[in-house]
Design a protein. Sequence first.
Length: 140
Amino acid sequence: MTLAIACCALRPNSGGRPTSVARSLAGAGTETIGLVLARDPQVISTESYYLQFLVGVETVLSEKGYGLLLQVVATNADDIVTMEKWRASRRVDGLLLMDVLVEDARVKLSSHRGTLAAVVVADPASRVRSPRSGRTTPRR
């Protein structure tokens, strides 16, 4: 019996499906991408950009069998804490980074060994330091 099956067997009412922790222990991904937004929830609910973006992301992810885990936080510091918590608990397979700034701590965090893969969503005119090469280049 593998550890993943054992974890599933120990969890009542699991319906025979392993939990995200059990899948992770067995080497499988969570099939979930995380997005942390450091924004006022009122702004997110009234700006059509965020709603259209979220619907678009969810549509593409669901076509591939993935889900989106969204967390709205108050500050950029809370953003980092949430990302670290997700990484430590293996809650998501990767991250979407929005509203990226030059020298953004989230980009630096994603460049460390053992961290989650990240896709940066930014204005093409913005210049963000690449976590891999250290060069400042326009993002596309």
